[in-house]
Design a protein around this ligand. Sequence first.
Ligand code: KIV
Length: 271
Amino acid sequence: MSVAGKARKVTTHTLLEMKRQGEPITMLTAYDFSLARIVDQSGIDVILVGDSASNVMAGNDTTVPITLDHMIYHAQCVVRAVERALIVVDMPFGSYQGNSKLALESAIRIMKESGAHAVKLEGGSEIVESIERILTAGIPVMGHLGLTPQSIYKFGTYSVRAIEDEEAKKLIEDCKLLEEAGCFSIVFEKIPAELAKQASESLNIPTIGIGAGAGVDGQVLVLHDLLGITHEFNPRFLRRYMNLYEDISSAVSSYIEDVQSGDFPNEDECY
Ligand code: KIV
């Protein structure tokens, strides 16, 4: 039986073992109880309480506005639903950059108040001190390199990162730094597939890609994108498995019609 199949609960060690055995790791986002329950019971390995909740749940243009309190609230909802998956929570913008004491306090709040299993931080050498300090408290840390949406105002666009040699070289160096610091895994977002493959092969810890090709150790997508709820977002890396925007819209239209025509409720639907 596979490593993931055997695991009653997925841990950071399960993921390391999966990489060793060449078993692909699956990860999806969730921000609420109902969807987290479905995703967990469907057998996903990792649930990311992503700060993409800022866009998907709250309707913001970027991930910058979401707060630590908001992230803890979403993580609490997910933790109540999940029995098997490893739950990783994004540390939001402003809760760890440039201040390792603040980073540790923020990570401790996430772990204590939500009951999640690990945190994720965006960045490399700039934030390695924060990562090291969080790890001193025994909190597992996932890194995130490439397109780091919390830095959108520095990048100016959401386009593919590390195309130029200099940025690709820094990414490889950052990978090593994060592994040496003690991260248990790294997310690669929107980088060339060949670079992601090369970086993954140079690391002992698993890499999880979104728009980073097939040479990584696992894949992550935003659940609402996969389900086709966020139908206006169409990056090349996204595979949609449903078109829930249209299905929900048509269900709601039918309900409106049925109420307006007097068809709902019928006799069987009354007490
Ligand atoms: O917030 C998020 O959903 C993420 C994924 C895109 C990896 O960080």
